[in-house]
Design a protein around this ligand. Structure first.
Ligand code: C2E
Ligand code: MG
Ligand code: MG
Ligand code: MG
Length: 290
Protein backbone atom coordinates (compact mmCIF):
# COMPACT_ATOMS: atom_id res chain seq x y z
CA UNK A 1 0.00 0.00 0.00
CA UNK A 2 2.85 2.32 0.89
CA UNK A 3 4.45 1.50 -2.43
CA UNK A 4 1.44 2.40 -4.51
CA UNK A 5 0.85 5.72 -2.76
CA UNK A 6 4.53 6.49 -3.22
CA UNK A 7 4.12 5.81 -6.92
CA UNK A 8 1.00 7.84 -7.12
CA UNK A 9 2.81 10.69 -5.38
CA UNK A 10 5.66 10.55 -7.86
CA UNK A 11 3.38 10.57 -10.85
CA UNK A 12 1.39 13.41 -9.49
CA UNK A 13 4.17 15.66 -8.23
CA UNK A 14 7.15 15.06 -10.50
CA UNK A 15 5.83 16.84 -13.61
CA UNK A 16 4.76 19.80 -11.52
CA UNK A 17 8.19 20.24 -9.96
CA UNK A 18 9.79 20.00 -13.35
CA UNK A 19 7.44 22.60 -14.71
CA UNK A 20 8.21 24.88 -11.80
CA UNK A 21 11.95 24.62 -12.41
CA UNK A 22 11.62 25.30 -16.13
CA UNK A 23 9.26 28.10 -15.35
CA UNK A 24 11.65 29.78 -12.95
CA UNK A 25 14.71 29.44 -15.17
CA UNK A 26 12.82 30.92 -18.09
CA UNK A 27 11.64 33.74 -15.82
CA UNK A 28 15.29 34.39 -14.87
CA UNK A 29 16.29 34.53 -18.54
CA UNK A 30 13.43 36.86 -19.35
CA UNK A 31 14.13 39.08 -16.37
CA UNK A 32 17.68 39.59 -17.62
CA UNK A 33 16.19 41.16 -20.76
CA UNK A 34 13.44 43.05 -19.02
CA UNK A 35 15.33 46.20 -18.01
CA UNK A 36 17.16 46.62 -21.31
CA UNK A 37 13.97 46.01 -23.30
CA UNK A 38 11.95 48.52 -21.30
CA UNK A 39 9.46 45.97 -20.03
CA UNK A 40 9.64 47.32 -16.50
CA UNK A 41 7.51 50.24 -15.40
CA UNK A 42 7.09 52.07 -12.11
CA UNK A 43 3.49 52.50 -10.93
CA UNK A 44 2.62 54.91 -8.13
CA UNK A 45 0.06 54.51 -5.34
CA UNK A 46 -1.13 57.60 -3.42
CA UNK A 47 -0.64 57.94 0.33
CA UNK A 48 -3.14 60.37 1.83
CA UNK A 49 -3.76 62.28 5.06
CA UNK A 50 -6.52 60.40 6.88
CA UNK A 51 -8.37 63.56 7.92
CA UNK A 52 -8.36 65.44 4.60
CA UNK A 53 -7.57 62.95 1.82
CA UNK A 54 -4.67 65.15 0.75
CA UNK A 55 -2.07 63.24 -1.27
CA UNK A 56 1.18 63.65 0.67
CA UNK A 57 3.11 60.71 -0.73
CA UNK A 58 3.36 58.12 -3.48
CA UNK A 59 4.73 54.59 -3.19
CA UNK A 60 6.72 53.37 -6.19
CA UNK A 61 5.62 49.85 -7.12
CA UNK A 62 7.36 47.90 -9.86
CA UNK A 63 5.43 46.38 -12.77
CA UNK A 64 6.69 43.94 -15.42
CA UNK A 65 4.95 43.77 -18.77
CA UNK A 66 6.15 40.38 -19.98
CA UNK A 67 5.93 40.05 -23.78
CA UNK A 68 4.24 36.61 -23.57
CA UNK A 69 2.88 36.25 -20.05
CA UNK A 70 1.41 39.73 -19.80
CA UNK A 71 1.63 41.48 -16.47
CA UNK A 72 3.77 39.51 -13.99
CA UNK A 73 3.18 40.32 -10.32
CA UNK A 74 6.10 41.63 -8.23
CA UNK A 75 5.20 38.96 -5.67
CA UNK A 76 6.29 36.49 -8.36
CA UNK A 77 9.35 38.14 -9.91
CA UNK A 78 10.90 40.12 -7.01
CA UNK A 79 11.90 36.86 -5.23
CA UNK A 80 13.47 35.68 -8.51
CA UNK A 81 15.25 39.01 -8.91
CA UNK A 82 16.55 38.70 -5.35
CA UNK A 83 17.76 35.14 -5.79
CA UNK A 84 19.74 36.06 -8.91
CA UNK A 85 21.04 39.42 -7.69
CA UNK A 86 19.22 41.20 -10.53
CA UNK A 87 17.31 43.17 -7.90
CA UNK A 88 20.40 45.34 -7.42
CA UNK A 89 20.30 46.87 -10.89
CA UNK A 90 16.51 46.79 -11.03
CA UNK A 91 16.24 48.42 -7.61
CA UNK A 92 18.66 51.14 -8.60
CA UNK A 93 16.61 51.80 -11.71
CA UNK A 94 13.40 52.08 -9.64
CA UNK A 95 15.10 54.50 -7.23
CA UNK A 96 16.38 56.64 -10.08
CA UNK A 97 13.11 56.62 -12.03
CA UNK A 98 10.95 57.39 -8.99
CA UNK A 99 13.18 60.19 -7.66
CA UNK A 100 13.42 61.95 -11.03
CA UNK A 101 9.67 61.55 -11.56
CA UNK A 102 8.59 62.97 -8.20
CA UNK A 103 11.07 65.86 -8.44
CA UNK A 104 9.66 66.74 -11.86
CA UNK A 105 6.04 66.57 -10.66
CA UNK A 106 6.79 68.66 -7.59
CA UNK A 107 8.42 71.32 -9.76
CA UNK A 108 5.70 71.27 -12.43
CA UNK A 109 2.77 71.34 -10.01
CA UNK A 110 4.38 73.28 -7.19
CA UNK A 111 3.97 70.50 -4.64
CA UNK A 112 5.96 68.72 -1.95
CA UNK A 113 4.89 65.13 -2.43
CA UNK A 114 7.07 62.44 -0.90
CA UNK A 115 8.20 59.31 -2.75
CA UNK A 116 8.40 55.93 -0.99
CA UNK A 117 10.74 53.33 -2.52
CA UNK A 118 10.95 49.67 -1.43
CA UNK A 119 14.45 48.34 -0.77
CA UNK A 120 15.52 44.72 -1.00
CA UNK A 121 17.94 43.15 1.48
CA UNK A 122 20.59 42.91 -1.24
CA UNK A 123 20.48 46.67 -1.77
CA UNK A 124 20.85 47.29 1.96
CA UNK A 125 23.82 44.90 2.07
CA UNK A 126 25.53 46.74 -0.79
CA UNK A 127 28.28 49.02 0.63
CA UNK A 128 27.54 51.59 -2.11
CA UNK A 129 23.92 52.13 -1.03
CA UNK A 130 24.39 55.41 0.82
CA UNK A 131 26.56 56.90 -1.94
CA UNK A 132 24.10 55.74 -4.59
CA UNK A 133 21.20 57.38 -2.80
CA UNK A 134 23.11 60.59 -2.21
CA UNK A 135 24.05 60.85 -5.87
CA UNK A 136 20.50 60.00 -7.01
CA UNK A 137 19.06 62.79 -4.85
CA UNK A 138 21.58 65.26 -6.21
CA UNK A 139 21.06 64.33 -9.84
CA UNK A 140 17.28 64.36 -9.46
CA UNK A 141 17.44 67.60 -7.45
CA UNK A 142 15.13 66.05 -4.86
CA UNK A 143 15.11 67.20 -1.23
CA UNK A 144 16.29 64.22 0.89
CA UNK A 145 13.32 64.46 3.27
CA UNK A 146 11.02 63.72 0.31
CA UNK A 147 12.55 60.27 -0.13
CA UNK A 148 11.30 57.53 2.16
CA UNK A 149 12.89 54.09 2.05
CA UNK A 150 10.64 51.14 2.93
CA UNK A 151 12.35 48.20 4.63
CA UNK A 152 10.70 45.10 6.06
CA UNK A 153 11.37 43.93 9.60
CA UNK A 154 13.31 40.92 8.33
CA UNK A 155 15.73 43.19 6.44
CA UNK A 156 16.25 45.33 9.53
CA UNK A 157 17.23 42.45 11.76
CA UNK A 158 19.18 40.45 9.16
CA UNK A 159 22.51 42.08 9.94
CA UNK A 160 21.62 44.16 12.96
CA UNK A 161 24.85 46.08 13.60
CA UNK A 162 25.58 46.82 9.95
CA UNK A 163 22.01 47.91 9.32
CA UNK A 164 22.00 50.36 12.23
CA UNK A 165 25.12 52.03 10.77
CA UNK A 166 23.63 52.29 7.30
CA UNK A 167 20.31 53.65 8.54
CA UNK A 168 22.15 56.23 10.61
CA UNK A 169 24.07 57.36 7.52
CA UNK A 170 20.82 57.60 5.59
CA UNK A 171 19.27 59.62 8.42
CA UNK A 172 22.29 61.94 8.30
CA UNK A 173 21.50 62.52 4.63
CA UNK A 174 17.98 63.51 5.66
CA UNK A 175 16.22 60.53 4.09
CA UNK A 176 13.20 58.97 5.88
CA UNK A 177 12.93 55.34 6.93
CA UNK A 178 9.69 53.32 7.09
CA UNK A 179 9.12 49.78 8.37
CA UNK A 180 7.01 47.97 5.76
CA UNK A 181 4.51 45.17 6.53
CA UNK A 182 4.80 45.93 10.24
CA UNK A 183 3.58 43.18 12.54
CA UNK A 184 4.21 40.26 10.19
CA UNK A 185 7.96 39.77 10.25
CA UNK A 186 9.47 39.51 13.67
CA UNK A 187 8.25 38.82 17.16
CA UNK A 188 10.61 41.04 19.13
CA UNK A 189 10.01 44.78 19.21
CA UNK A 190 13.35 45.69 20.77
CA UNK A 191 14.80 46.69 17.41
CA UNK A 192 12.36 49.60 17.26
CA UNK A 193 14.24 51.59 19.86
CA UNK A 194 17.61 50.98 18.25
CA UNK A 195 16.86 51.95 14.67
CA UNK A 196 16.21 55.53 13.53
CA UNK A 197 12.70 54.83 12.20
CA UNK A 198 10.38 57.62 11.06
CA UNK A 199 7.28 55.69 10.12
CA UNK A 200 5.58 52.35 10.67
CA UNK A 201 3.41 50.86 7.93
CA UNK A 202 0.70 48.72 9.50
CA UNK A 203 0.46 45.57 7.42
CA UNK A 204 -2.63 45.09 5.30
CA UNK A 205 -3.48 41.79 7.00
CA UNK A 206 -4.51 43.72 10.14
CA UNK A 207 -6.29 46.45 8.21
CA UNK A 208 -8.23 43.93 6.11
CA UNK A 209 -9.69 42.30 9.23
CA UNK A 210 -10.65 45.45 11.10
CA UNK A 211 -14.26 45.05 9.92
CA UNK A 212 -14.54 41.38 10.88
CA UNK A 213 -12.22 40.86 13.81
CA UNK A 214 -12.14 42.91 16.97
CA UNK A 215 -8.67 41.45 17.61
CA UNK A 216 -7.26 42.99 14.44
CA UNK A 217 -8.85 46.27 15.44
CA UNK A 218 -7.23 46.04 18.88
CA UNK A 219 -3.82 45.17 17.41
CA UNK A 220 -4.07 48.05 14.97
CA UNK A 221 -4.97 50.40 17.78
CA UNK A 222 -2.03 49.15 19.86
CA UNK A 223 0.44 49.58 16.98
CA UNK A 224 -0.70 53.17 16.44
CA UNK A 225 -0.41 53.99 20.15
CA UNK A 226 3.02 52.36 20.37
CA UNK A 227 4.34 54.16 17.29
CA UNK A 228 3.17 57.52 18.59
CA UNK A 229 4.67 56.98 22.01
CA UNK A 230 7.98 56.23 20.26
CA UNK A 231 7.60 59.45 18.25
CA UNK A 232 7.07 57.58 15.01
CA UNK A 233 4.40 58.28 12.45
CA UNK A 234 1.98 55.64 11.21
CA UNK A 235 0.50 54.77 7.83
CA UNK A 236 -1.99 51.97 7.30
CA UNK A 237 -1.78 50.03 4.04
CA UNK A 238 -4.48 48.06 2.28
CA UNK A 239 -7.34 50.40 3.21
CA UNK A 240 -10.27 49.25 1.06
CA UNK A 241 -13.43 50.39 2.85
CA UNK A 242 -14.87 53.56 4.30
CA UNK A 243 -15.36 51.73 7.58
CA UNK A 244 -11.63 50.93 7.78
CA UNK A 245 -10.82 54.55 6.95
CA UNK A 246 -13.17 55.75 9.68
CA UNK A 247 -11.75 53.41 12.28
CA UNK A 248 -8.14 54.26 11.47
CA UNK A 249 -8.89 57.96 11.54
CA UNK A 250 -10.63 57.62 14.91
CA UNK A 251 -7.48 55.91 16.19
CA UNK A 252 -5.42 58.91 15.01
CA UNK A 253 -3.60 57.01 12.26
CA UNK A 254 -2.39 60.02 10.32
CA UNK A 255 -1.86 58.50 6.89
CA UNK A 256 -3.65 55.91 4.75
CA UNK A 257 -2.91 53.97 1.57
CA UNK A 258 -5.13 51.52 -0.28
CA UNK A 259 -7.59 50.75 -3.06
CA UNK A 260 -10.26 52.81 -1.26
CA UNK A 261 -8.32 55.89 -2.36
CA UNK A 262 -6.53 54.60 -5.44
CA UNK A 263 -4.84 51.55 -6.88
CA UNK A 264 -1.22 51.88 -7.99
CA UNK A 265 -1.40 53.73 -11.32
CA UNK A 266 0.97 54.41 -14.24
CA UNK A 267 2.68 57.80 -14.20
CA UNK A 268 0.37 59.49 -16.75
CA UNK A 269 -2.70 58.71 -14.64
CA UNK A 270 -1.07 59.80 -11.41
CA UNK A 271 -0.05 63.07 -12.98
CA UNK A 272 -3.65 63.68 -14.11
CA UNK A 273 -4.78 62.94 -10.59
CA UNK A 274 -2.42 65.34 -8.81
CA UNK A 275 -2.98 67.97 -11.48
CA UNK A 276 -6.75 67.87 -10.99
CA UNK A 277 -6.74 67.97 -7.21
CA UNK A 278 -4.37 67.24 -4.37
CA UNK A 279 -7.21 65.55 -2.52
CA UNK A 280 -8.78 62.11 -2.92
CA UNK A 281 -12.22 61.89 -1.33
CA UNK A 282 -13.82 58.68 -2.66
CA UNK A 283 -17.24 59.31 -1.05
CA UNK A 284 -18.12 62.46 -2.93
CA UNK A 285 -16.10 62.28 -6.10
CA UNK A 286 -16.09 60.13 -9.22
CA UNK A 287 -12.58 58.86 -8.53
CA UNK A 288 -12.02 55.98 -10.96
CA UNK A 289 -10.63 52.71 -9.71
CA UNK A 290 -9.25 51.07 -12.83
P1 C2E B 1 4.48 46.31 -0.39
O1 C2E B 1 5.68 47.19 -0.46
O2 C2E B 1 3.95 45.96 0.95
O3 C2E B 1 3.40 47.05 -1.30
C1 C2E B 1 2.02 47.04 -1.04
C2 C2E B 1 1.31 46.05 -1.93
O4 C2E B 1 -0.08 46.05 -1.60
C3 C2E B 1 1.35 46.41 -3.41
O5 C2E B 1 1.35 45.18 -4.12
C4 C2E B 1 0.03 47.14 -3.62
O6 C2E B 1 -0.43 47.11 -4.95
C5 C2E B 1 -0.87 46.35 -2.72
N1 C2E B 1 -2.02 47.13 -2.25
C6 C2E B 1 -2.10 48.45 -2.02
N2 C2E B 1 -3.31 48.80 -1.56
C7 C2E B 1 -4.03 47.66 -1.47
C8 C2E B 1 -5.39 47.37 -1.07
O7 C2E B 1 -6.18 48.23 -0.67
N3 C2E B 1 -5.76 46.05 -1.09
C9 C2E B 1 -4.92 45.07 -1.51
N4 C2E B 1 -5.38 43.82 -1.53
N5 C2E B 1 -3.64 45.32 -1.92
C10 C2E B 1 -3.21 46.59 -1.89
P2 C2E B 1 2.31 44.95 -5.37
O8 C2E B 1 2.43 46.21 -6.15
O9 C2E B 1 1.85 43.71 -6.05
O10 C2E B 1 3.72 44.68 -4.70
C11 C2E B 1 3.93 43.55 -3.89
C12 C2E B 1 5.24 43.63 -3.17
O11 C2E B 1 6.33 43.55 -4.08
C13 C2E B 1 5.45 44.93 -2.41
O12 C2E B 1 4.77 44.91 -1.17
C14 C2E B 1 6.96 44.91 -2.24
O13 C2E B 1 7.34 44.10 -1.18
C15 C2E B 1 7.41 44.27 -3.55
N6 C2E B 1 7.82 45.33 -4.49
C16 C2E B 1 7.11 46.06 -5.37
N7 C2E B 1 7.88 46.95 -6.03
C17 C2E B 1 9.13 46.78 -5.54
C18 C2E B 1 10.42 47.41 -5.81
O14 C2E B 1 10.57 48.35 -6.62
N8 C2E B 1 11.50 46.93 -5.10
C19 C2E B 1 11.38 45.92 -4.19
N9 C2E B 1 12.50 45.50 -3.54
N10 C2E B 1 10.21 45.33 -3.89
C20 C2E B 1 9.10 45.75 -4.56
MG1 MG C 1 6.13 48.89 0.45
MG1 MG D 1 3.66 46.53 2.73
MG1 MG E 1 4.88 43.37 1.20
Amino acid sequence: QAKSSHKRGLCFFAPQFKEQIIDESSLINDLHQALAQHQLEVYYQPQVMSNTGQVIGLEALLRWHHPKRGMVSPAEFIPVAEKTGLIESIGEWVLDTACFQIAQWNRDHNQNIRIAVNLSSLQVANPDLVATIESTLERARLAPELLELELTESILIEDFEATIKILQQLKDLGVKIAVDDFGTGYSSLSYLKQFPIDRIKIDQSFVRDIDQSSKSAEITQAIIAMAHSLNMQVIAEGVETDHQRGFLMSQTCEELQGFFFSKPLPSAKIEQLIQKSQFITPNNSSQSHD
